[in-house]
Design a protein around this ligand. Structure first.
Ligand SMILES: NC(=O)c1ccc[n+]([C@@H]2O[C@H](COP(=O)([O-])OP(=O)(O)OC[C@H]3O[C@@H](n4cnc5c(N)ncnc54)[C@H](O)[C@@H]3O)[C@@H](O)[C@H]2O)c1
Length: 388
């Protein structure tokens, strides 16, 4: 069996190489595609063909994809979580140095120097006093959010001989395994701010995290603190940060989100949303999402989906079904009955649910006919069913 993949953006060659030519036809124009592969293309504005079994985004966010509509059709949406974590981590590490050593302000000063080399040399010796910084070993970095990026930042900061405090009440088992045992757990956000010289945020933006960095928490920090924001602009209450900088409570704000009020501020380093902007991050995203898409199309397994539950079942034979259904009682019962009526014995079964949606992988001892598939699709609540 071969699969047709419709690309809606150019995708890194390293990613496309994961879809071998013998089994995959990949093109930007193709009829009856089995999957859509894209980066930032707006899928809200296009008619998604009925043939589409999966939508894959070579990136993290999926705002450009009508996820709820695809869930109703029983179509998984895949993304590439954490594929850009190293890129963001490296920029955050740069941010620590930019904040501690006043590098941008010093560079700005040098660029403004006039006169000949002698005059410049004199000005350098006089001017450098203004940019005296500090070293990182022994300073405390508070890391809010220990997901893909936060864990990398925390571990790397230990490597710089900083003390590291972490806070994430919903840390996953996988991330907890990756986190160095040298990272100390903060008891609360207030505890983290009260004990940190520098705080970096790595949480998603939602109602609980909007203005997580605010006036009250900044007041808890040690004087001359640094805030780093490479997550989302609104996680930090910018007015409170600017007031903190004016009062000397903060010495620097390093972020990836320039605004009119902050971009020219002498103690703010605002970068143009560069966190994930590396060739490697783009490649990693494409490789990761191509691998997950391939495993879904060829084996029905689900990893890194934003709407489907994680569901991975090693194959015990050639005959496999992948069924998406509403998460309501007696779905597995009805599916099993349908197979029993067709005298099909179940060799292995995995059923997982997530919110309103459930996904079932079934291996049978004998081949499954198209007639069985038609009957399965007719069960109320079954959103999609296919032979894998
Ligand atoms: N600057 C950039 O270009 C760039 C690039 C990639 C990601 N990001 C941002 O970075 C954020 C983090 O990315 P990630 O890949 O590490 O995500 P992730 O989902 O792997 O990790 C987020 C972590 O935040 C934790 N969390 C959620 N709410 C929390 C709260 N109230 N307090 C403490 N912890 C909380 C979660 O438990 C999770 O472990 C993303 O949501 C995105 O907004 C920015």
């Amino acid at each position: 069996m071969t699969f047709k993949i419709l690309t809606l953006n150019s995708i890194s060659v390293r990613g496309l190489e994961r879809l071998p030519r013998e089994r995959y036809e990949v093109a930007s124009e193709i009829g009856h595609p089995d999957a859509l592969l894209l980066r930032s293309a707006d899928v809200h504005s296009i008619e998604i063909p009925a043939s589409v079994l999966a939508v894959a985004r070579a990136g993290a966010g999926t705002n450009n994809i009508p996820v709820a509509k695809l869930s109703q059709r029983g179509v998984p949406v895949f993304n590439a979580p954490g594929a850009n974590a190293n890129a963001v981590k490296e920029l955050v590490l740069s941010g620590l140095f930019l904040g501690a050593r006043n590098i941008c302000q010093a560079w700005e000063y040098v660029r403004g120097l006039a006169g000949d080399d002698h005059a410049i040399e004199e000005a350098v010796e006089k001017g450098k006093k203004k940019f005296v910084g500090y070293e990182l070993p022994g300073r405390t970095l508070g890391v809010v959010g220990l997901g893909a990026i936060g864990v990398e930042v925390a571990n790397a900061a230990l490597g710089l001989r900083m003390k590291v405090l972490g806070y994430d009440p919903q840390i996953t088992v996988q991330r907890a395994w990756q986190l160095s045992s040298g990272v100390e757990q903060a008891l609360s956000l207030d505890d983290l701010f009260a004990r940190s010289d520098m705080v970096t945020v790595h949480v998603p933006l939602n109602d609980a995290t909007r203005h997580l960095v605010n006036e009250a928490r900044l007041r808890l920090m040690r004087r001359g603190g640094v805030i780093l924001n490479f997550a989302r602009a609104q996680i930090v209450e910018e007015a409170a940060v600017l007031a903190g900088l004016a009062a000397g409570q903060l010495s620097a704000y390093v972020c990836d989100f320039p605004t009119r009020a902050a971009k020219d501020h002498p103690k703010v380093v605002a970068l143009p949303h560069l966190g994930a902007s590396t060739g490697e991050a783009e490649e990693n995203c494409a490789i990761m999402v191509a691998d997950t898409l391939r495993d879904f199309l060829e084996n029905g397994n689900v990893r890194n989906s934003v709407n489907f539950p994680e569901a991975v079942l090693p194959r015990v034979g050639e005959n496999r079904l992948g069924i998406a259904n509403s998460n309501v009682p007696n779905m597995v019962g009805q599916i099993s009955t349908c197979l029993a009526e067709a005298r099909l014995n179940i060799a292995d079964l995995l059923n997982k649910s997530r919110a309103d949606l459930a996904y079932t992988i079934i291996d049978t001892d004998a081949p499954i006919g198209q007639d069985v598939l038609v009957r399965l699709r007719a069960i109320p609540g079954v959103l999609s069913a296919r032979l894998v």
